[in-house]
Design a protein around this ligand. Structure first.
Ligand code: FES
Length: 143
């Protein structure tokens, strides 16, 4: 079953919405269940200074993204990009095995937003880790 932390973040999700003055915005979807996630981030001095998410997703995806926003606030973009589903699952005190994949949706959307920020800054070539993401990114990097 779900931990108290999962239930808390599902019932009282943190940092929901969208930043009006976002440095970057991106979406990701789970092709299997059709759920969607949208992240907007504010970046200053290479650190995430503000973050919001919106989702059309399940409770586990909401709880995962909510706790992810708390975990990455103040982190460098590289630190935030390197967050894994295991970091999220651990922070939530666990997820049922069949819901672990839901924790990836938020990470995916956040990574897309970070890559979009690097692209806007003209720094995309310094981040080969973004190339794989952009394969499915509708807003492809400009040459
Ligand atoms: Fe789709 Fe959880 S069932 S993200």
């Amino acid at each position: 079953m779900y931990t108290k932390k999962v239930i808390d973040h599902f019932q009282n999700p943190r940092n929901v919405g969208e930043l009006e003055d976002a440095s970057a915005i991106a979406e990701a979807g789970n092709p299997i269940c059709g759920d969607m996630m949208r992240f907007s981030i504010k970046v200053k001095n290479n650190r995430i200074t503000d973050i919001r998410f919106k989702t059309f997703g399940c409770g586990a995806a909401i709880a995962s993204s909510s706790i992810l926003t708390e975990m990455v606030m103040g982190k460098t973009l590289e630190e935030a990009f390197d967050m894994s589903k295991d970091d999220i699952v651990d922070a939530l005190g666990g997820l049922p095995p069949h819901k672990v994949h839901c924790s990836i949706l938020g990470i995916d959307a956040l990574r897309h937003a970070i890559c979009d920020y690097w692209r806007k800054q003209g720094e995309i070539d310094e981040h080969p880790e973004c190339k794989k993401l952009f394969v499915e990114f509708k807003d492809k990097p400009e040459k």
